[in-house]
Design a protein around this ligand. Structure first.
Ligand code: ZN
Length: 237
């Protein structure tokens, strides 16, 4: 584990970073005109409207997990992967004002669920859409990843350099672990200033080295730097 990583923080600080990310995304969204929402995001095949719909529905899905922890009655994040995808496709056809409302409303609802969850319920196990069982406190990280990365994907000036340090550190950890689980990226050596990471320490061939400030290394790892890098990172989600 790296120093100053997200899971090392107190719950209140983790929630504060998630909320700050939502506010950051919200400010960027507010700075875009309705017409600009029909323009492409950084995500292949998605307009900004797709992205706003996804981030809004993501808050609703995470709220369901918090609700599950509060009541003990199992509710899935999404009924199915198809439902999740259909929701985004149809959401992207909503008028701009409806999408702005969706973003605000779902974010406020998630915040309310978090505020009302009793202190002794934060270890309650819930299931992510990938089928992983995690304590509901993990929803702070799930939301943090979404809002900070997708703020960049809005393609309106946000950068990885604006991420809080623990978010950068923990995303680098997350992506490295995903590659290790998938058996991909074995030849990669990451060189952020915080310390070298070999994705596969036993790899004996020629390593591809990715160096730079930690946010730049992360940006490459997250697949958001294709335009200025020859190497292509493995998928991580
Ligand atoms: Zn997402």
């Amino acid at each position: 584990m790296s120093q100053n990583s997200f899971p090392d923080l107190e719950l209140t600080d983790r929630l504060a970073i998630a909320r700050a990310g939502t506010a950051h995304f919200g400010r960027l969204l507010a700075s875009l005109t309705d017409a600009q929402l029909d323009e492409p995001s950084l995500l292949e095949g998605w307009t900004r409207k797709h992205l706003v719909a996804h981030v809004g529905y993501n808050a609703a899905a995470i709220s369901r997990l918090v609700e599950w922890a509060a009541t003990g009655d199992e509710v899935p994040m999404y009924p199915s992967l198809e439902t999740r995808n259909e929701e985004i496709t149809s959401g992207a056809t909503l008028p701009a004002h409806a999408l702005r409302n969706l973003f605000d409303h779902t974010a406020a609802r998630l915040d309310e669920k978090w505020r009302n969850l009793p202190a002794d319920r934060w270890d309650f196990p819930v299931k992510t859409i990938q089928g992983r069982t995690v304590p509901v406190a993990e929803t702070a990280w799930m939301r943090t990843r979404e809002v900070w990365i997708h703020a960049v994907d809005l393609a309106s000036g946000a950068t990885f350099a604006e991420f809080p340090d623990p978010v950068v550190t923990s995303l680098i950890d997350d992506i490295t672990n995903a590659w290790r689980r998938n058996g991909t990226g074995s030849d990669l050596r990451l060189n952020p200033p915080t310390g070298t990471i070999d994705v596969d320490p036993d790899f004996t061939g020629t390593r591809v080295e990715i160096s730079g400030p930690a946010p730049a290394v992360l940006r490459w790892m997250a697949g958001r730097a294709q335009s200025d890098s020859a190497a292509v990172p493995p998928r991580w989600l």
